[in-house]
Design a protein around this ligand. Structure first.
Ligand code: NI
Length: 180
């Protein structure tokens, strides 16, 4: 299948799942699929700037990356529809809700480190797209915590992809403009 067909098949699957309970972007009335297509956009452009990058694999991971965490989708369903490697990649990007909240991100980063570099790249792309103007309700502490988290992600995963490493680094710097 060509990348365009893979993209269409995968975004339809993900959009359908994320709209089952009408999931929206935080602080907006826009459907969640906007976030997924933004992450996939980062991945497609990174692929264009990276040697030896599995664009088909990475695009599917990008579009599916929140299905296990935020929808009723199961690992088995992903495996059946997209194969074991994709299901495992998405699983690594999924926080383990049985752990204390403050341990969840490092646990996920650790599991991502055992996956292919394209899975790391999706985590970088996810945070790049999320470092936008924070919601008005966020206080200074929350914004600083979010920036620190982004720095932890960068530190752990930067070796995956030089292009996305540089994108995330400059996004983190730009984010400081939102501090009070
Ligand atoms: Ni996400």
């Amino acid at each position: 299948m060509d990348i365009q067909s893979i993209y269409q098949k995968t975004i339809l699957f993900a959009a359908h799942k994320h709209s089952e309970d009408n999931q929206l972007l935080p602080d907006s009335q826009l459907p969640y699929v906007v976030h997924l297509s933004n992450v996939a956009m980062e991945i497609l452009i990174a692929a264009n700037n990276t040697k030896e990058f599995d664009i088909n694999f990475a695009t599917q991971i990008a579009l599916l990356h929140d299905t296990l965490e935020d929808t009723t989708t199961t690992f088995d369903e992903l495996e059946l529809e997209f194969g074991t490697e994709i299901a495992k990649g998405v699983s690594a990007l999924t926080k383990n809700n049985t752990l204390p909240k403050e341990e969840r991100m490092l646990d996920s980063l650790n599991r991502i480190s055992f996956q292919r570099k394209e899975v790391w790249a999706v985590k970088l792309a996810d945070r790049i797209t999320n470092l936008q103007k924070p919601p008005k309700s966020w206080d200074s502490l929350k914004k600083r915590k979010y920036k620190n988290e982004a720095e932890t992600i960068l530190e752990h995963l930067k070796d995956a992809n030089l292009y996305l490493e540089n994108r995330l680094r400059s996004k983190i710097e730009e984010y400081e403009q939102y501090f009070d």
